[in-house]
Design a protein around this ligand. Structure first.
Ligand code: SAM
Ligand code: SF4
Length: 395
């Protein structure tokens, strides 16, 4: 992928240059950068209490709401099309702080009627009191980090919950009144057989979620898992096994009524994540919180990563943006193709060279989607970046 230009210097105040079309819908992502402990494979921008001298959730939410007010000052506020509270571990937030966060967004921007409000939760934090409070605060969709139903796999991942906890949490969420419940799974875990992975998928389905995400385990530099792999204490994931497990996931999930709508995401009808669809379709979103990225009409910016720096910049009345880049039309097109190709709704063939499309069809990597559109086959989904290369004439 061609390199993007270096970021402009951080804007002094307000990340946006003038003249953007703010008539487009806006989505909000709110990052909660706190975790009870760090899972060995995760390199997200998140901190344990020990690493940052304890959690002050109320002060954190106050800082996020300051960023919301800055955003309102540089936009014509209009109701948000969706909200996604992710992390980190949003389910660590005391319910009163979550409620304050969502009320602040509602008061300052507004949240469109019927808009999806997703919250990520770790199974060990799910209680009936918490579920009732999350619903009361306005959360409409719960995304639970199940990862695996296999005790050995959970141990390799260094997760805190036991194999049954995520299914119990999903069932409790349904019983409490959540219409939309998603489970996150990870495949390609060293030592996990494909039959054990299939058991994980079936166990997840037994909780009757309307959405499942399945990600290939990535060994990210700087994580405990990467160190273990380097020292030979844990074998590296095997790409062929991961590919085989992806096939099994797609097979089992489609047989149970969950269709793929993005490479790593399957849903029942009306179960797709509207917020993430907006991201893949190139909508505008404002990411609030440390390390959060934003995108509005081809301008991208990102916030400082450390929660303390984020909070002190906002307390001093400054934008927490650390840098920004303005995409050229060519870069925007590349981004759009790379994101859209991931979706089952597919691409418009009129936008691409006929010979490239014929080649990809011939290799069994593209097939017909709805109407005249084209989408990745299952084999194509494993090779999405290579498909983009052919579509854009690099190969
Ligand atoms: C960063 S977590 C945040 C939500 C919540 N704390 C949880 O763990 O589910 C979101 C998803 O990213 C997944 N994830 C994080 N690091 C990953 C990696 N290296 N490979 C695959 N999935 C990863 C997590 O397992 C989780 O399902
Ligand atoms: S996977 Fe989730 S719980 Fe684990 S460290 Fe990452 S954000 Fe925290």
């Amino acid at each position: 992928m061609p390199a993007l230009p270096d970021g402009d210097p951080a804007p002094a105040d307000g990340a946006l240059p003038a003249g953007l079309d703010w008539q487009l819908p806006l989505r909000a992502y709110v990052h909660i950068p706190f975790c009870a402990s760090r899972c060995g494979y995760c390199d997200f921008n998140t901190y344990t209490a020990n690493e940052i001298g304890g959690f002050r959730f109320d002060a954190y939410v106050e800082a996020v709401l300051r960023e919301v007010q800055l955003a309102v000052a540089v936009t014509e506020p209009r109701p948000l099309s969706s909200v996604f509270v992710g992390g980190g571990t949003p389910s660590l937030l005391p319910p009163a702080d979550l409620a304050a966060l969502l009320s602040g967004l509602r008061e300052d921007f507004g949240i469109a009627d019927g808009a999806e409000v997703t919250m990520e939760a770790n199974p060990e934090n799910v209680t009936s009191a918490a579920l009732a409070a999350w619903l009361e605060a306005g959360v409409t969709r719960l995304s639970l980090g199940m990862q695996s139903a296999d005790a050995g796999a959970l141990q390799i991942l260094q997760r805190q919950h036991t194999p049954g906890a995520a299914v119990a949490a999903a069932q409790a969420a349904r019983a409490a009144g959540f219409d939309h419940v998603s489970l996150d799974l990870i495949y390609g875990i060293p030592g996990q057989s494909t039959s054990s992975w299939q058991e994980t998928v079936l166990t997840a389905l037994s909780a009757e979620p309307d959405h499942i995400s399945a990600y290939a385990l990535g060994v990210e530099e700087g994580t405990a898992l990467a160190r273990q792999v380097r020292r030979g204490e844990v074998p590296a994931p095997v790409p062929d096994t991961a590919a085989e497990q992806y096939d099994v996931a797609d097979e089992v999930l489609s047989a149970h009524g969950l269709s793929w709508y993005e490479i790593s995401n399957w849903a029942r009808p009306a179960g797709a994540c509207d917020h993430n669809l907006g991201y893949w379709r190139g909508d505008n979103w404002w990411g609030f919180g440390p390390g959060a990225h934003s995108h509005v009409d081809g301008v991208r910016w990102w916030n400082v990563k450390r929660p303390a720096t984020y909070q002190s910049m906002l307390a001093a009345g400054h934008s927490p943006a650390a840098g920004r880049e303005i995409l050229t039309p060519a870069q925007r097109r590349l981004e759009q193709v790379m994101l859209e190709v991931r979706l089952a709704e597919g691409l418009d063939p009129a936008d691409f060279d006929e010979a490239a499309i014929a080649q990809l069809r011939g290799r069994g990597l593209l097939e017909n989607a709805d109407g005249a559109r084209l989408r990745l086959t299952r084999a194509g989904r494993m090779l999405a970046d290579a498909v983009v290369g052919v579509l854009l004439g690099w190969d």
